[in-house]
Design a protein around this ligand. Structure first.
Ligand SMILES: CC(C)(COP(=O)(O)OP(=O)(O)OC[C@H]1O[C@@H](n2cnc3c(N)ncnc32)[C@H](O)[C@@H]1OP(=O)(O)O)[C@@H](O)C(=O)NCCC(=O)NCCS
Length: 150
């Protein structure tokens, strides 16, 4: 399995194509939206050449997974787990001690992935997603004992 590639803005169309293959039309990110994220300070993207992508953001000593997606044909091979780990490593290298993310309460696959990767529920955002579905706020300590300014 080839290693994740650090995304540049010229990867945005490919990342958007992956996103479109993983989310319903109203929820997928355009190439422009992805490119706009990639140029923000602290934001980075990683691509799995097998058909996956992750966007994450580091702000001071905290980080956040903005989105993560793996094309159906490449799922259940441990690829998303590897992308997530690579994002955690990069965020940790940039000084983040904690990673946060939001996931739909109904997203069984993603919740299982995050639970297996050591994420714990830190909160709930009622009716955050279309259809009135709650978001779960998950948190993982990247550096044992790290405290955050937030
Ligand atoms: C969630 C998603 C990224 C997982 O991608 P993936 O490459 O299949 O995940 P992995 O193969 O790395 O799975 C790692 C672990 O997560 C869990 N997992 C992943 N998919 C699962 C599923 N469908 N059912 C149950 N557990 C699942 C398992 O514990 C798995 O380990 P195992 O295969 O050894 O049992 C993918 O299903 C996806 O893109 N879904 C649509 C977009 C999405 O929901 N993104 C996340 C938004 S927060």
């Amino acid at each position: 399995m080839s290693s994740p590639v650090v995304a540049a803005t010229f990867h945005a169309p490919a990342m958007a194509a992956i996103h479109a293959g993983c989310f319903p039309p109203g929820e997928c990110w355009s190439a422009t939206a992805i490119a706009d994220q990639l140029v923000l300070p602290g934001t980075f993207g990683l691509i799995d050449p097998g058909g996956g992508m992750v966007l994450a953001r580091v702000a001071a000593d905290e980080a956040e997974i903005l989105t993560l997606a793996m094309l159906p044909s490449s799922r259940r091979q441990g690829r998303a787990r590897r992308l997530l780990q690579a994002a955690e490593d990069q965020a940790g290298s940039a000084g983040a001690g904690v990673m946060f993310l939001e996931v739909s309460e109904r997203n069984i696959a993603a919740r299982a992935l995050y639970a297996a990767a050591g994420y714990l529920q830190a909160g709930r955002r009622p009716r955050y997603y279309p259809g009135g579905i709650d978001a779960l706020l998950l948190r993982k300590q990247l550096i044992p004992g790290a405290t955050t300014t937030g």
